[in-house]
Design a protein around this ligand. Sequence first.
Ligand SMILES: NC(=O)C1=CN([C@@H]2O[C@H](COP(=O)(O)OP(=O)(O)OC[C@H]3O[C@@H](n4cnc5c(N)ncnc54)[C@H](OP(=O)(O)O)[C@@H]3O)[C@@H](O)[C@H]2O)C=CC1
Ligand SMILES: O=C1Nc2ccccc2C1=O
Length: 293
Amino acid sequence: MVSVPNVKLNSGKIIPAVGLGVWKTPQNLASQIVPKALDAGYRHVDSAAIYKNEEEVSEAIASWLKKNPSVKREDIFYTSKVFDSDHGYEKTKKAIELSLEKAKSIGYIDLLLVHSPQSDYEKRHGTWMALQEAVESGKVKSIGVSNYGVKHLKELLAYPDLKIKPALNQIELHPWLTRSELVDFLQKEGIAIEAYSPLGNGKKVNDPALEPFAKKYNKTNAQILIAWSLARGFIVLPKTVTESRLLPNLESAEVKLSEEDVKKLDALDEHFVTCWDPIEYPLDSEKKEEKKD
Ligand SMILES: NC(=O)C1=CN([C@@H]2O[C@H](COP(=O)(O)OP(=O)(O)OC[C@H]3O[C@@H](n4cnc5c(N)ncnc54)[C@H](OP(=O)(O)O)[C@@H]3O)[C@@H](O)[C@H]2O)C=CC1
Ligand SMILES: O=C1Nc2ccccc2C1=O
């Protein structure tokens, strides 16, 4: 079995440092690939309400656990996310109920994230209050954010009724997008960092800049990229629906890049964003400034 490191979150919960991403994994493929991933040794799956596969992912985990009784529910880490259109206290409460209903086969959600900061102060605040209550109810074990920039995090950390700090921030990270200011801030605040699109959404897997590293370590380009995330201390979420890629991607956890090579890879940074970039989304005060101009 591949030895995958765990990370302890500020909630006290443990998260495996490699998780299977399931964005764009259709429902029928989710039912097939999740058990294969668990067979390969994955113990962490990253879904979201907008991926439309929460139920299939959860049911695949539940039926795999029945067939593998030596692995317990607590050994698996399941994440979902509340989308922007469900921001605000009441809407988020309903969205949480729906995500919990879809995850009923596995009993609880390990980590629930605010998918992005794209609304306004009042709605983001209401959403966080609903998430805090979900932890108090016991049906959600840890809560966090995704695509939050430093300004969004500072806003959240200043809520007068903040009871629970985000356990992590899930953001796009790879050598072409290293977000050093945000990463430093998160490390200082004790908020774990989760790297999405670690292969640059597949667009960077064949980049020639990876060749010397692949050659030196005798690993694939994808393995170098996943190993880079782990060497930086990030939790990492490679996505694949290709069975033959599951194990090699997970085995990246056993690739140890030298500090010097990690720095060389860091130097590829060119702020290359592959899909969306809500990290720059304006605060209410910035929207008012825009209106004035
Ligand atoms: N919070 C957020 O806003 C976001 C979260 N995420 C999360 O992060 C996960 C991963 O990010 P994502 O953008 O999907 O992309 P990745 O960077 O993980 O790349 C996935 C692509 O790379 C291909 N691939 C996977 N493994 C290999 C390999 N070993 N060799 C060559 N190609 C490979 C996949 O193809 P194939 O599947 O055909 O094998 C797919 O096309 C998402 O699934 C989601 O869970 C992603 C974006 C935004
Ligand atoms: O995985 C994701 N890919 C996306 C692209 C656009 C908006 C949200 C997401 C995701 O969560």
